[in-house]
Design a protein around this ligand. Structure first.
Ligand SMILES: [Zn+2]
Length: 329
């Protein structure tokens, strides 16, 4: 990864050119940099799905925004025309793109995007908080609320204490009136999980089979939902669920291939529900809650844009709690 000059894009009709002030890192950035199977990228490529800044210029035909508006970007880019997009499920688009994955991203001073990808921020809202929120909160909201049908009073287990989606999931589950159990291996990160609302902490470095602790913490009933974005922990997650429980997954921080025992799924009436990103409606809902201060993104460390490679190393080593951001000045 190099810090270098690149031509400033020209906004096409319906687009806005955004002068970025902050970008946020996601695991996907490093996966793409390492070589994602099947992706054919034109090089040089610009990484980054998350960003916030000000509108610098507008393409033809844009009336919803004006120059100087503060905006945050929705990286989930549907075509707007296919049957999935027309039914409001743009994250299931047949010609779907993720900003920074297949198209030029936000580790940059400027990016030009269709204005339907933008959310107008209050003028005094922090750009780093906005950039840190966009991808992970929409992902967590769509999984927990839209697919997972999370209800007040339910118990949610979150496998992993430090990542952006997991910290967002803790807050969304608490806002929904759920009880939250966090599984982690780092005492400090577990303590931080408690500070953002986790009710019960389980240290997996002290108990390999944490599904037993979940069982005891739920009066021998099992959890209603498990958020498992590790993958290789699915067997423990399936054990930790009550009969009729739901396992939600939006990614895998562990190996993508692993074994599960099918008998747990049918005998306990379990559902395994996958999703990625969210649709425009969920993005708006969650950003309204962020702008209102009802959900507060957890910021880890900020690096200058030129040190993006160092920032990615911190992410890859798993040292962060919450989101790592880039300062674009
Ligand atoms: Zn589409």
């Amino acid at each position: 990864m190099e810090y270098a000059d690149f031509p400033t894009p020209e906004p096409k009709p319906g687009e806005a050119l955004i002068r970025l002030r902050a970008a946020a890192l996601n695991r996907m950035d490093v996966l793409v940099r390492n070589g994602w199977p099947g992706i054919k990228l034109e090089l040089p490529h610009i990484s980054g799905a998350d960003g916030a800044g000000e509108i610098a210029t507008l393409g033809e035909g844009v009336s919803e925004f004006k120059v100087g508006d503060h905006v945050v970007i929705n990286a989930n880019i549907g075509c707007g025309k296919c049957d999935a997009c027309l039914s409001g499920w743009d994250n299931m688009c047949r010609n779907w793109h993720l900003l920074g994955e297949t198209i030029l991203g936000t580790y940059a001073e400027f990016v030009s995007l269709p204005v339907r990808q933008l959310y107008k921020l209050p003028d005094d809202f922090n750009f780093h908080s906005a950039a840190a929120a966009a991808l992970v909160y929409q992902t967590a909201w769509h999984s927990l609320i839209t697919h997972g049908n999370l209800q007040a009073g339910e118990t949610v287990v979150i496998v992993g204490a430090g990542g952006g989606v997991n910290t967002a999931s803790v807050q969304i589950a608490k806002l929904s009136g759920a009880r939250v159990i966090v599984i982690g291996s780092d005492a400090n990160k577990l303590k931080l999980s408690e500070s953002i609302g986790a009710d019960i902490l389980i240290d997996r470095s002290k108990e390999d089979d944490w599904s037993k602790s979940v069982f005891l913490a739920t009066g021998k009933r099992g959890a209603d939902l498990v958020v498992d974005n590790v993958g290789t922990t699915f067997m423990l997650s399936l054990r930790a669920l009550r009969k009729g429980g739901r396992l939600l997954t939006v990614g895998n921080s562990g190996d993508p291939k692993f074994e599960i025992d099918n008998r747990f799924i049918f005998a306990k009436h379990l559902s395994i529900i996958g999703s990625t990103m969210s649709h425009l409606k969920d993005f708006k809902t969650v950003m309204d809650l962020i702008a209102a201060g009802k959900l507060k993104p957890v910021l880890d460390k900020t690096f200058p844009l030129k040190d993006a490679a160092h920032a990615q190393e911190r992410l890859w080593r798993g040292e962060q709690f919450g989101k790592i951001t880039l300062d674009i000045g």
